[in-house]
Design a protein around this ligand. Structure first.
Ligand code: KG4
Ligand code: ZN
Length: 358
């Protein structure tokens, strides 16, 4: 069986990552071996700003990517047998950050040969559930995917390889973004998700009656701006002012209670709407992917609500955040479906809905 050598490159946000993967065959459901993988997280560079700064991200990707590609090629022992496919995230994401990966992949194709495939980052996240079970047969379609990260909150029906129907999305902030913003208001660090979750374990989910945004709306959309504002007003009350926030006046117990009440409220609509979509569309598999899928409470509540009637797949924790292994897997699938892209026509797409990936 032919083994297609694929290099995956991810630079869409604040992680620089490169992977080497062997795709066993030429079909979108082929099994594969992950040969080498590296990731560098820029979170420390962005932490002082409480969020990702696009220019800093671009600079850091540029500094690191060429050396990382070289090391991964060495680790995979592909220095003298160049890759067949360069799979690179071409959107959605931060334009200056995406440009670093796409331009470098283009240069690699020029110097080393091979084909280039522009990968949709969200398709990559969906593919992340396969990394730790690369030899497992996939269930028939449709699949339901809940994509929850710092930039996205989407329920998507996967009807075939590379074919997606968007059921609903956020109308304002993404769920991960709301965790990050609440963490920033509380002065407990960036990225906020893991820290809010950790603090929430010592707090009470009923301490504050935060709204469960759009939980009962008759669609599959989400909204997180109102919940964030509700937390802000509660903090203003504690501060006894409506203009100046000083996180140092919050004690540990208060922070834990805010975190617990907020986390429970933020996760509730995700669970309600996923369960409702399972009932309406009868998928053969549920995939929960993206940074927020690492959330323990979300995993427990979803598994409890859905029970054993449906296989639920979460990526292994190390593959929940942005990484190049998932881009290489999605690249293998895309290349099998439609071959490589024309390097001169491959452009970055900062906004790129999954439903337009054909
Ligand atoms: O997928 P990802 O690494 O990057 C994007 O594509 O956005 O997701 C990062 C997001 C951040 O907002 C982070 O706070 C959130 O995932 N996150 C979590 C948890 N771990 C990471 N949110 C809630 N609970 C967690 N345990
Ligand atoms: Zn992501």
């Amino acid at each position: 069986m032919e083994r297609i050598r694929i290099i995956g490159i991810e630079t869409s946000c604040d992680e620089t990552s490169v992977a080497a993967l062997e795709w066993k065959g030429k079909t979108p459901d082929a099994t594969f071996d992950l040969i080498a993988h590296e990731i560098f997280s820029q979170t420390k560079l962005h932490a002082p700003y409480g969020g990702v700064v696009p220019r800093i991200a671009q600079y850091a990707h540029k500094e690191i990517l060429p050396e990382m590609v070289k090391r991964v090629l060495n680790d995979a022992r592909w220095e003298t047998t160049p890759p067949h496919v360069w799979a690179v995230t071409s959107g959605p994401g931060l334009a200056p950050a995406l440009a670093v990966g796409v331009n470098y992949a283009r240069a690699c194709v020029q110097h080393m040969g091979g084909e280039i495939v522009g990968v949709n980052h969200l398709e990559g996240h969906i593919a992340s559930i396969r990394i730790s079970q690369s030899h497992k047969k996939l269930p028939p379609f449709p699949w339901l995917a809940l994509i929850i990260s710092g930039g996205h909150t989407q329920l998507v029906l996967v009807t075939s390889y590379g074919e997606y129907t968007l059921l609903g999305t956020t109308r304002d902030d993404a769920v991960g973004e709301s965790f990050d913003k609440v963490a920033k208001m509380l002065g407990i660090g960036y990225p906020g998700g893991p820290e809010v979750s950790r603090r929430a374990q010592k707090g009470s989910i009923t301490a504050f009656d935060f709204p469960r945004p759009m939980n009962t709306s008759n669609d599959y959309d989400f909204s997180y701006a109102g919940l964030k504002t509700a937390v802000l007003y509660t903090l203003h009350g504690k501060n006894n002012t409506s203009s100046k926030d000083d996180p140092s006046c919050y004690d540990e117990e208060f922070i834990a209670d805010i975190c617990a009440s907020f986390e429970y409220a933020a996760l509730t609509p995700l669970i309600t709407k996923t369960v409702r979509a399972v009932k309406e569309f009868s998928p053969q598999m549920l995939c929960v992917v993206g940074g927020v899928s690492a959330n323990q409470q979300l995993q427990e509540r979803l598994c409890k609500e859905i029970g054993t009637s449906l296989p639920i797949n979460f990526p292994e924790k190390k593959w929940t955040g942005d990484n190049a292994a998932m881009i290489a897997v999605a690249g293998g699938m895309r290349w099998s479906l439609r071959g490589g892209d024309d390097p001169s026509k491959l452009d970055i797409r900062a906004r790129w809905p999954l439903s337009q990936t054909k």
